[in-house]
Design a protein around this ligand. Structure first.
Ligand code: ADP
Ligand code: MG
Length: 233
């Protein structure tokens, strides 16, 4: 699980500072997609960067599976991120020279030593995920040979291959048409349930609300619950 507990983030702005995130509390629970919505510039990506431990808030706590990330050194935060957090950015940010399978495998092999058994396990996990995102038949293709939606699917597989407890996704459909966007959202909802990740998903497009279990609305850096949505049991 992930808990942003009363986090505030300011950025420098000339001689003063601008408050991008204002005392926000958001909880992500296993198997649940928590949507973060709100207009452009309201602080959604800043909230996600805090959750990802990429940015340290001015105040408040970030609990990832019980560890307060705001107390960790940079190196410790990197380790926490590598073990517990998967991130899907707005743009897939793939390496042009690598095949789909290699993009996912590279992530799986980060920081680990390759015994033969481990390499075999990683190979199996990579192909299991490529299958889960519907790309097993395109595993040998490079990004230039894939559509935008397929590239985003690789990014999702890559974010999940180290079996993170927390999945953070920022506007995954912004570069896609509505139909492909809906398919990506449904995929994220299914993977969240199947793999039990606590998923925080930023979207400004409420067309995709049916894929969200809960929604938090962010306005001018302040979050308020926008209620439970249709998928909530
Ligand atoms: P959203 O993702 O909802 O569009 P952001 O989190 O990107 O919102 O931005 C929230 C506010 O913080 C905006 O006013 C934006 O201009 C400002 N901001 C974001 N990143 C930075 C930065 N690195 N430096 C200064 N201001 C920033
Ligand atoms: Mg943003």
């Amino acid at each position: 699980m992930i808990l942003l507990d009363d986090v505030t983030l300011t950025y420098p702005d000339g001689d003063s500072r601008v408050t991008a995130v204002d005392r926000v509390t958001i909880e992500g629970r296993p198997g649940i997609v928590t949507g973060i919505t709100g207009p452009s510039g309201s602080g959604k990506s800043s909230i996600l960067a805090i959750a990802a431990t990429l940015v340290r808030p001015d105040s408040g706590r970030v609990l990832v599976d019980g560890t307060d990330a705001t107390t960790l050194s940079r190196a410790e935060a990197t380790t926490l991120r590598r073990e517990k957090i998967g991130i899907v950015f707005q743009q897939p940010q793939l390496l042009p020279a690598l095949t789909a399978r290699e993009q996912v495998r590279v992530m799986a092999e980060l920081g680990g030593r390759g015994t033969r058994a481990r390499r075999a396990a990683v190979r199996a996990r990579v192909d299991d995920l490529l299958d889960a995102v519907g790309l097993i038949d395109q595993a040998e293709r490079r990004p230039a040979q894939l559509s935008g939606g397929q590239r985003q699917r690789i990014a999702i597989a890559r974010a999940l291959v180290h079996e993170p407890r927390v999945l953070l996704v920022d506007e995954p459909t912004s570069a896609l048409d509505r139909q492909r966007g809906a398919a990506i959202m449904e995929l994220l909802a299914r993977l969240t349930r199947e793999r039990g990740t606590a998923t925080l998903l930023v979207t400004h497009d409420l067309v995709h609300e049916s894929a969200l279990d809960e929604t938090v609305e962010v306005v001018d850096g302040t979050a308020r619950p926008a209620g439970l949505t249709s998928r909530t049991r």
